[in-house]
Design a protein around this ligand. Structure first.
Ligand SMILES: CC(C)(COP(=O)(O)OP(=O)(O)OC[C@H]1O[C@@H](n2cnc3c(N)ncnc32)[C@H](O)[C@@H]1OP(=O)(O)O)[C@@H](O)C(=O)NCCC(=O)NCCS
Length: 158
């Protein structure tokens, strides 16, 4: 977890998704989750590097007003088609303000606009501090499918 000072944000801030660019790269690298959440998501630097070398990676910085507060990465396979939430996080300093819900609604809107998108998948690692409850609140449901140690969830986009 980083000790970077927290730029102030208000819970009623406007949440936007913005491209990952040179100007926000360092800020995104410093965003981190709580100690308890470390095993549920990769560090942003790792995700941004993977996205740079992957076909069909759609990554966005999550902003609350002008402050970067999180990161999202979607794996897009338009041919199959299959759309999969690969990484998603809100920095520990900014959690529980509704920013994840607002950002996820924007991510879902984007995926819904993609060719043949009828469903959106993700997987999570089960455990005490898992994000499962958050995903259920934004509409995902367990499919019963297991990928290694991860459980697959699905959102109907119709
Ligand atoms: C999961 C995460 C993105 C939620 O971020 P957040 O900003 O705290 O979420 P929000 O404030 O937008 O919460 C929206 C709703 O989900 C609920 N919620 C948030 N995290 C939750 C959790 N871990 N379990 C159950 N419910 C949760 C909130 O209580 C809120 O419910 P409400 O609308 O009924 O009041 C954040 O905790 C995180 O980054 N976790 C670590 C990384 C991670 O696990 N990513 C997923 C990898 S698969």
């Amino acid at each position: 977890m980083s000790d970077t000072p927290s730029p102030p944000v208000m819970p009623d801030s406007t949440v936007t998704l913005r491209p990952v660019v040179k100007a926000n790269l360092r800020a995104l690298f410093t965003l981190d989750v709580t100690e308890d959440q470390q095993s549920y998501v990769a560090p942003n630097a790792w995700s941004i590097a993977e996205a740079a070398y992957s076909d069909g990676a759609w990554q966005r910085a999550i902003y609350a007003d002008e402050t970067p507060v999180g990161y999202s990465l979607v794996a897009i396979d338009e041919e199959t088609p299959r759309y999969y939430l690969w990484r998603f996080m809100i920095d520990h300093r900014y959690q529980r303000n509704g920013f994840a819900r607002a950002a996820m609604e924007l991510v879902i809107d984007h995926v819904r606009s993609l060719p043949g998108a009828t469903e959106f998948f993700l997987s999570y690692v089960p455990g005490d501090h898992s994000p499962k409850g958050f995903y259920e609140r934004v509409g995902f449901a367990d499919t019963g499918q297991v990928m290694g140690i991860e459980r697959v969830m699905r959102l109907e986009l119709a």
